[in-house]
Design a binder for this molecule. Structure first.
Ligand SMILES: C=CC1=C(C)c2cc3[nH]c(cc4nc(cc5[nH]c(cc1n2)c(C)c5CCC(=O)O)C(CCC(=O)O)=C4C)c(C)c3C=C
Ligand SMILES: [Fe+2]
Ligand SMILES: [Fe+2]
Length: 339
């Protein structure tokens, strides 16, 4: 076993720096079946994501999921792909650049480098950590871009960083921000998006907070994610003084046959329309960037469910993305956590 090191290191060398690592889920390299297969294989082989006995799951994954889903998901990704590539990656890059600009105004330029890493795919966590080490960063604040802690996302980010650092001779100091679903800055940022929407379009009959789902079993086994999602909704509702009767929290992006967190977003939309609700607005506070799951699943697929069942107006309120409020929120969160 040999460790990665910096043999050119001088004991009287440049002053060590602090740095920031922003991590998001990751995305395929291209909207094509081969790239999707590589991405889905890495993603769905993660035991934090799919908690089924290994051997059984790997057989199902390789025999039944990858051959079919790589093709169907490639088509969906092709429908959201932009000139800058996958929306998730393009937006995360912009967030990193904007945060760097803001931090450069506080510290001397280049003193506090910001790098981005993707849990699955590229740029990898390995390359992000390497880039920080090469910039002489010895103290890293990690911000996984998931407001609500979940073992499948935040926990898995921690695993990947720890695993990579096992190969380092000189392990840096690490500060890991494991969530921010209840911070006043995040609640305020989501609240502002909703207020702007209501000012422009008026209050909808129902405002839906749609979060990415997980298997129900994860909640029963102690994952706090569900409760954190509900807490986010409650805090936003309280901050804006909204009427609870008009607000619904629901869960989207179901995968597989098991029972997932409920109510399901698609079922909720169909049933609202069937009950005669004509106008809804939907926001996805658990996603820090728009991505396949919001642009395709929420803006397109779920709109169709609502309209086809008799609904008339369906408005999607975009994610915080690289808005100034979001960058200010990240800036503050990092400064509060950095010592
Ligand atoms: C926001 C938090 C997320 C949780 C929690 C989460 C759990 C989770 N996801 C899957 C399966 C898939 N998710 C996929 C896409 C996807 N998931 C998230 C976020 C969370 N996932 C994002 C941001 C994205 C979009 C990525 C992008 O490139 O735009 C996909 C891939 C797309 C597809 O084929 O449908 C899968 C598969 C599971 C099993 C899971 C379990 C807890
Ligand atoms: Fe997902
Ligand atoms: Fe989806």
């Amino acid at each position: 076993m040999s460790f990665q090191g910096q043999t050119e290191y001088e004991h009287k060398g440049p002053k060590p720096k602090k740095g920031i690592l922003l991590v998001n889920l990751g995305t395929p390299d291209a909207p094509e079946p081969t790239a999707l297969r590589r991405y889905l294989k890495e993603f769905l082989s993660d035991h934090r994501v799919v908690e089924i006995p290994r051997l059984l799951w790997l057989m199902i994954l390789h025999l039944f999921i990858l051959p079919f889903r790589s093709k169907s998901s490639a088509k969906l990704y092709a429908s959201v792909w932009t000139d800058e590539g996958s929306p998730l990656l393009a937006i995360t890059k912009r967030q990193g650049a904007a945060l760097q600009q803001q931090l450069d105004a506080d510290y001397a330029e280049g003193q506090l480098p910001v790098v981005i890493g993707m849990r699955y795919g590229n740029p990898s966590i390995k390359s992000a950590l390497k880039s920080l080490a090469e910039q002489n960063v010895r103290d890293i604040t990690v911000l996984p871009l998931y407001p609500q802690y979940c073992a499948a996302t935040t926990g898995s980010t921690f695993d990947a960083i720890a695993r990579e650092l096992q190969s380092y001779r000189w392990v840096p100091s690490i500060r890991f921000i494991n969530g921010y679903h209840q911070t006043p800055e995040y609640i305020n940022a989501i609240g502002q998006s909703i207020t702007n929407y209501i000012k422009q379009s008026g209050m909808p009959e129902r405002l839906i907070f749609s979060y990415h789902g997980t298997p129900q079993r994860y909640l029963e086994q102690g994952d706090p994610y569900y409760c954190f999602c509900m807490q986010t909704t409650r805090l936003v509702v309280e901050a804006l003084g909204l009427d609870n009767e008009h607000v619904i929290s629901s869960f989207q992006s179901r995968f597989g046959k098991a029972k997932w967190l409920q109510p399901y977003t698609d079922v909720t939309l169909k049933s609202l329309a069937e009950q005669g609700v004509k106008r809804v607005a939907i926001i996805c506070p658990g996603f820090s960037s728009d991505c396949l799951e919001t642009i395709e699943e929420i803006e397109v697929e779920n709109r169709d469910y609502f309209i086809d069942a008799g609904g008339e107006t369906y408005d999607y309120i975009p994610c915080l993305n690289d808005s100034q409020t979001h960058i200010d929120m990240m800036h503050k969160l990092i400064k509060q956590n950095m010592v």
